[in-house]
Design a protein around this ligand. Structure first.
Ligand code: SF4
Length: 242
């Protein structure tokens, strides 16, 4: 199943955001144009030209084998799925053809591609990269990325998708960063997830209270503070098929 474009396919529980704990099938794409300092899927960031291209029918065979009665949805994750738009479209169409709900996890790197694919998804989890995430090298590139992400959020919410906006919170995050973001998206019905880093650069509880209250001024009860929990699942609970 390992291929140039797909890093892994497996079933587990969603470990982030407002669908935490839901059983999903994860299709992890290879390739991501960003380089966030906290990336925990580095091995999936590069496509591997030495491997054969993905065969959609084989991917779907694996998906079928992983379907369980408690399945919530298929998560298209990465890497960055929007970096492989044709394959993403084909796989999402096939999953919908099987009657499965589709959940897109993206950093919102390209609002135009996102717009073209959005009709295939029921859920969109969009990461917003703050400047201190060091996802790109220059301030100009970061501003462009940020605007693409905001546009994806607006498109998703306006299209009626369950829209989850996730922001990773290192210890140097400021209230003004969160306030600027919330101003941009406060007209939309979204879940805002503040996801504290754990270990190195972990924020204090005091900072999290402050950032959550700041976001709450714009988004009210739609704000949640939830750390990643999938590492807790990894001790034997995640059933992987590569
Ligand atoms: S967007 Fe995701 S996959 Fe890409 S570098 Fe950042 S954390 Fe890693």
């Amino acid at each position: 199943m390992v291929s140039r474009d797909i890093y892994e396919i497996f079933t587990s529980f969603q470990g982030e955001g407002s669908l935490l704990g839901r059983r999903q099938i994860f299709i992890r794409f290879r390739g991501c144009p960003l380089e966030c300092f906290y990336c925990d899927t580095r091995a999936a960031r590069m496509k591997d030209p030495s491997l054969p291209p993905a065969r959609p029918e084989k991917v779907i065979e694996t998906v079928k084998e992983l379907i369980t009665p408690d399945l919530h949805s298929v998560s298209f994750t990465g890497g960055e799925p929007l970096a492989s738009p044709d394959l993403l479209r084909e796989l999402a169409e096939r999953c919908r053809g099987l009657g499965l709900s589709c959940y897109l996890e993206t950093a919102g790197v390209d609002a135009r591609i996102f717009q073209k694919l959005i009709d295939l998804f029921d859920y969109a989890a969009i990461d917003v990269k703050l400047e201190n995430h060091r996802a790109v090298e220059t301030r100009g590139a970061w501003k462009k990325l940020y605007q693409e992400e905001i546009e994806c959020i607006r498109t998703s919410a306006a299209s009626g998708l369950h829209t989850i906006v996730k922001v990773v919170i290192p210890d140097d995050t400021t209230s003004s960063q969160i306030e600027s973001l919330c101003r941009e998206i406060s007209d939309y019905r979204i879940d805002l997830i503040l996801q504290p880093l754990t270990g190195i650069k972990a924020p204090s509880l005091e900072l999290l209270f402050d950032l959550s209250a700041t976001a709450g001024r714009y988004l009210g009860k739609q704000v949640m503070v939830i750390p990643q929990i999938h590492r807790l699942y990894q001790d034997g609970l995640g059933k992987k098929m590569r």
